[in-house]
Design a protein around this ligand. Structure first.
Ligand code: PBG
Length: 327
């Protein structure tokens, strides 16, 4: 073979020959400011109990979550999304909007002691209802419009407790409009809405539902969450949410839906959030435990891919360990 005969001036691999040049042309980075960290709170004292399906993720009681918040702030992680597991679940999910509910109390406590922690609250009924659905049920069907009034009550209870941002996650038609109206009516003009705009009816939420004890007791959520097969419908949802006043739009889950992230990014100028959900986290942790993959490398590859797809914000259970690494 005569090498000299080959004329090949265009060699993309020239720019991959060492780490310096690779870093120089790198298009995307994971930065600590991209990340939001989810935290779970439940009643009790001095609790920090690992969720068995989510290694490294814990249920905290209201007192021990304060210690966790302090350590997150020391790491430079100052954005959390809070999920509550109430003592009492009932038909109308009344703890969701009670002044003294677990979330309302926790928001107040954190804000009193650590006002610099930016708190986002999940706004949904599913953790609080005994049937595990995301709204009020009649004749085994979710009642969309009645549910809106409950979401309004929930959001105001969070706002009064001092929340910084609200994140409605129930895929209830008109939820952004209803929430924006009530916030403005009560003069909470400056609380932004991060909407779970495109939330698919996904099996990737399994470990979360175990953690939040929010598995639907009958049926499933396919008649309000989106069908995995659909893409144009995601654009329709995004259009509506933007019209209704969403400040940030979210795609959930993240990993299997990067095409949707990209489509939304190209079609709007709002910040796009991607929720790297529990199943995505637990699969990596489980395969790592088995020694089948290098968990940290797979994690970094996945999160970087979300950035490449166009995510501006990533909600992820990996946030704390990544920030520990960046530090
Ligand atoms: C609803 C909510 C869910 C998640 C975030 N908010 C659960 C659901 O829709 O069943 C899932 C998050 C995850 O899987 O990590 N309150």
């Amino acid at each position: 073979m005569n090498e000299n005969k080959i004329n090949l001036p265009l060699r993309p691999s020239r720019l991959r020959k060492n780490d310096t040049i690779r870093r120089l042309i790198r298009e995307n980075h994971i930065q600590k400011d991209d990340l939001i960290y989810p935290l779970f709170v439940r009643n009790g004292k001095k609790l920090k109990v690992e969720i068995s399906s989510m290694p490294g993720v814990y249920h905290f009681s209201p007192d021990s979550i304060l210690k966790e918040v302090e350590s997150l702030l020391e790491l430079g992680l100052d954005r959390i999304i809070l999920f509550g597991i109430p003592n009492d679940k009932n038909e109308t999910g009344s703890e969701a909007y009670s002044k003294n509910g677990i979330i309302q109390q926790t928001i107040k406590d954190i804000k009193t002691q650590f006002p610099e922690m930016y708190i986002i609250s999940d706004v949904c009924m599913c953790e609080y209802t005994d049937h595990g659905h995301c709204g009020i049920i009649k004749n085994n069907e979710i009642q969309n419009d009645i549910t809106l009034n409950f979401l309004q009550k929930q959001v105001i209870s969070h706002a009064e407790a001092g929340v910084d941002m609200v994140a409605p996650s129930g895929m209830i038609d008109g939820m952004v409009n209803a929430i924006r109206n009530t916030l403005d009516e009560q003069k909470f003009y400056n609380i932004p809405i991060m909407s779970y705009t495109v939330k698919y009816a996904s099996s990737f939420y399994g470990p979360f539902r175990q953690a939040a004890e929010s598995k639907p007791q009958f049926g499933n959520r396919k008649n309000y969450q989106m069908d995995t097969a659909n893409c144009r419908e995601a654009l329709k949802e995004a259009k509506l949410d933007i019209k209704e006043g969403a400040d940030i739009i979210m795609v959930k889950p993240a990993m299997a839906y990067m095409d949707i992230i990209k489509k939304l990014k190209d079609s709007t100028n709002l910040p796009i959030a991607a929720y790297n959900v529990s199943g995505e986290y637990s699969m990596i942790k489980a395969a790592e435990e088995k020694g089948w993959i290098n968990g940290n490398k797979v994690r970094d590859e996945l999160l970087l891919s979300l950035k490449r797809a166009g995510a501006d914000i990533i909600i992820t259970y990996f946030a704390k360990e990544i920030i520990q690494k960046i530090k």
